[in-house]
Design a protein around this ligand. Sequence first.
Ligand SMILES: [Fe+2]
Length: 97
Amino acid sequence: MISEKMQKALNDQIQAEMFSSYLYLSMSACFHNANMDGMAHWMSVQSREEYGHAMKIFGYIIERGGKVELGAIEKPPMCINLRDYGNKKRENSFGIL
Ligand SMILES: [Fe+2]
């Protein structure tokens, strides 16, 4: 059995991994929209990797007799125009696809 504190930390990590997966999936969609299929595929692969991390923790909690409690997944940032992204990059400011 795992402690309540550890169980909460692991459940929080599942949520973080799932958000990462969702964020990569969103980026994949942005690249598809920009007809950048290679990048879209790469982001999709990253999304599945993060999902895999979440599922490993999911399985570990159950294996140790704990309780999985899934939290809400935040909406990922929206795509920005790739040209805008290039301009922001030149300005050395943060931009996400
Ligand atoms: Fe991860």
